[in-house]
Design a protein around this ligand. Structure first.
Ligand code: MCN
Length: 767
């Protein structure tokens, strides 16, 4: 069977289930005797809690109990786990206020859970929640990260002076300071990656049941991998991991936001144990805007020094990373990934970066598709594009002059020693030329002239990006393959698809290794009670991690299968060969099929692997037309050339790019969480006010591959799940700026709404 025959035609095997309503999401789980929960949430951004009066709520018909911060403190569930374990300036460790799972004595953002009402119906719980009276003593709030760090800012926690949760510096300050005075040109910019609300399609939900005889909690929740959630819940509660059974089947989008243990889940554990009944909560969309972790939210002051020929000499980036009122479990990417990719795809001999993380009276932040990678790409690519405009050089040519050359790989970036940033091989010049051709870069001047004749401002944007994917926090990724008596092969993994089609692609991997049809392979992710070690899905690492181990486990089946088949065939294992689901020997015509191997009972084969970072990279080029009379933008073309190593499934990879580009476009053109600076109230708390990208925004993408197989993964794969986001933000924002630059517009802050662009255009006209 040829390799091609092992690939199906790209169709996702999970689609039939998901689009016919047969999916099973967190809210679809129901268990006998379950009760329903509603949270009372803070409507103040910053306040002391004077009292919580639950009397009326408790006596509301159907209500079983109301829990408050006192219950959370009594349980000892006050220390939220976070992953910012890095060592900062002068050995500084990250600091976060205590966070009881129901707020106690103090609230620090609008939406923080203050009380939990449990009733025999969701309606009763919601109605009673309105009867809980919370008396607050309001405190001054601060929602702007720069204001939070300023002298005299309201303090979120007495033990965290200056609201400074963490501070760090990386790189070589002296080298950078020496390089700048010698530069022929310095480009400077303040670049803001806006705060967005991820809004996966499936709202959060959680159902917790407690078995008093075994002291075990069974938790149904949407998440990205069973081990991460179990770890974090255990760390929040000190409940041993083997007393936490986590159940999940389908997840309707995650984007990083689902990876962590939210306080609500743990408050439900208190309720389920105390009431001796399962308790279920389904988050409403407007509640999600307030309490689901937000994404991005980084400010960078960047400076890039160039010599007379446009060669980069040095770069400095000062970051302010606003992670909200508390450090959440999923916040480390903001620092680790921006550090890993801080010089992008360029040779920049001297680099210096600083980080400051303030606490603000806003919803906590976590990884959001790209987790720092889109932010750093946006900063570096914007600096490069601005430098090209300032020195009057074609931005493609400026890139050519500064790329890390193929001969320099594996490339140890100036930040390689911080969190492990050695780039594996890439061919950046080749990638650029392919993309320029695909996008007909040379023909742009003509297209711009045509647009101008039609009364439109046309702009072109380019980004060349690289990102780290693969490495995870778990010590290894394990996969177990089960061979059943009928020859069916089932692979069990820890990673969890939230829409990334693992059931299709992992099955393809196993099928290809075993030379059988993908239909013969079933994938089960996060089986309840699984003892497998491994990483959740995040950081576009599942294919590098779990995918590679699927291959290794299938190889194990072949190797161990040979020994078993040898017994049947009456030969030495070395005399057995395997192919197309059959063990054969040159000694006879006898054949042992996979089903024969397991005829006496199911067999299992376990493999593990630990992989470093892989480095997908790409060049995206887009063109936009801006209507100067309305400020409305149309993306008129989008070309993506990506090196994601060996591709398992082309259709799925394109789908991943489409989704990522749409999310990037959403951020560029409209998405932004806005807080009222005086009151700390979110002003974009529903889809009435918060922009979401629609299908009409995104044109037909032209995607092409330019693979340099990874040497980190035995499959040669690099991740792709976040590539679309990382490349699209600089490319789309850059294209719009390019359209307006001839009018004298020098910078534009996202979101690039019609109103903002119209204002910028009118401003230049009135000048
Ligand atoms: N793939 C492939 N060939 C490659 C690389 C990947 O065919 N060389 C396939 C994979 O097998 C998998 C998909 O592409 O089916 C994505 O793989 P990978 O890049 O390994 O990413 P993960 O599976 O680890 O997914 C995580 C990534 C992240 S971090 C976010 S955030 C994200 C994303 O994927 N969230 C998503 N894509 C998403 N897509 C959907 N629909 N929903 C989300 O929540």
């Amino acid at each position: 069977m040829s390799n091609e025959a092992h690939h199906n035609d790209g169709r996702r095997v999970e689609d039939a289930r998901l689009i016919t309503g047969a999916g099973r999401y967190a809210a679809d789980w129901n268990v006998p005797g379950q009760l329903h929960a509603a949270f009372v949430r803070s409507d103040r951004a910053h306040a002391e809690i004077v009292s919580v009066n639950t009397q009326e709520a408790v006596s509301f018909p159907g209500v079983k109990a109301v829990f408050t911060g006192e219950d959370a403190v009594r349980a000892g569930y006050v220390k939220a786990p976070h992953t910012m374990g890095f060592v900062g300036k002068n050995g500084m460790k990250a600091r976060s206020p205590e966070r009881p799972v129901l707020a106690h004595k103090r609230v620090r953002f609008v939406g923080e859970a203050v009380a939990l009402v449990v009733a025999d119906s969701a309606g009763a719980a919601e109605d009673a929640a309105e009867l809980v009276e919370v008396e607050y003593r309001e405190l001054k709030c601060v929602t702007d990260p720069e204001a939070a760090l300023a002298e005299g800012a309201p303090l979120l926690a007495d033990e965290i002076p200056g609201n400074l949760a963490w501070e760090a510096e990386i790189g070589d300050q002296h080298a950078v300071e020496a390089a700048f005075p010698a530069a022929a040109h310095v480009t400077r910019a303040k670049i803001v990656s806006t705060r967005v609300a991820p809004n996966p399609m499936e709202p959060r939900a959680c159902l917790v049941a407690y078995d008093a005889t075994t002291e075990t909690y069974r938790i149904h929740s949407p998440m990205q991998g069973v081990t991460t959630l179990r770890n974090q819940i255990s760390s929040y509660t000190k409940v041993p991991q083997d007393k936490l059974v986590i159940e999940v089947r389908d997840v309707g989008g995650g984007f990083g936001q689902r990876s962590g243990a939210y306080p609500e889940y743990i408050a439900l554990m208190i309720a389920a144990r105390s009431l001796g009944a399962p308790v279920k909560w389904v988050c409403k969309r407007s509640e999600g805007f307030l309490s689901d972790a937000h994404g991005r939210n980084m400010i960078a002051h960047g400076q890039l020094a160039l010599d007379r020929d446009g060669k980069f000499l040095a770069m400095r980036i000062d970051w302010i990373v606003d992670l909200g009122a508390y450090l959440s479990p999923g916040a480390q990417g903001h620092v680790r990934n921006t550090t890993n990719c801080m010089t992008g795809v360029y040779l920049i001999p001297a680099l210096y970066g600083t980080y400051r993380i303030p606490l603000t009276n806003t919803t906590p932040l976590a990884s959001y598709r790209g987790a720092g990678r889109p932010d750093v790409a946006y900063v570096v690519e914007s600096l490069v594009n601005q430098a090209a405009a300032e020195i009057g050089m074609d931005p493609a040519e400026l890139r050519r002059r500064n790329f890390i050359p193929p001969s320099a790989f594996p490339y140890s970036s100036p930040t390689a020693s911080v969190y492990g940033g050695v780039y594996e091989k890439a061919d950046l010049p080749g990638m650029l030329e392919k993309a320029l051709k695909l996008a007909d870069w040379k023909g742009f001047a003509d297209r711009r002239a045509k647009s101008k004749a039609a009364g439109k401002l046309r702009g072109i944007g380019i980004s060349t990006v690289i990102e780290n994917t693969g490495l995870g926090n778990a010590p290894v990724d394990e996969v177990e393959i089960q061979l059943d008596t009928d020859g069916t092969v089932t692979a069990f993994t820890v990673a969890k698809s939230q829409g990334q089609s693992h059931e299709t692609t992992y099955a393809q991997i196993v099928a290809k290794t075993l030379e059988i049809a993908p239909e013969q392979v079933k994938i089960v992710e996060c089986a309840p009670g699984t003892k497998l070690k491994g990483n959740g899905t995040g950081g576009s690492r599942s294919t590098v991690g779990a995918g590679s181990v699927c291959h290794l486990a299938a190889l194990k089946l072949i190797e161990e299968g040979k020994a078993l088949a040898a017994l049947e065939l009456g030969v030495e294992p070395s005399q057995v060969t395997y192919g197309r689901g059959e063990f054969t020997t040159g000694e006879s015509n006898r054949v042992v099929k996979l089903a024969d191997l397991a005829k006496a009972g199911t067999l299992t084969f376990k493999a593990d692997g630990k992989f470093g970072h892989t480095w997908p990279n790409g060049c995206h080029i887009a063109e936009v037309e801006v209507d100067p009379d309305t400020g409305a933008t149309e993306i008129v073309s989008y070309c993506a050339v990506d090196d994601i190593g060996t591709v398992i499934n082309h259709a799925i990879v394109e789908g991943q790019l489409h989704g990522g580009v749409a999310q990037g476009a959403g951020q560029v053109f409209g998405e932004k969480m806005i807080y009222d600076p005086q009151t700390g109230q979110p002003l974009t708390g529903s889809f009435m006010d918060y922009y979401m990208p629609r299908a009409g925004l995104i044109p037909e993408l032209r995607c092409e591959e330019y693979p340099t197989p990874s040497t980190v993964s035995p499959l040669g794969v690099k991740g792709v799940g976040e590539s679309g986001c990382t490349a699209s933000i600089p490319v789309l924002a850059g294209a719009v700026l390019d359209a307006l630059r001839p009018l004298g517009v020098k910078n534009l802050d996202m979101p690039l709404t019609p109103a903002r662009l119209w204002g910028a255009i009118s401003g230049t006209r009135s000048r």
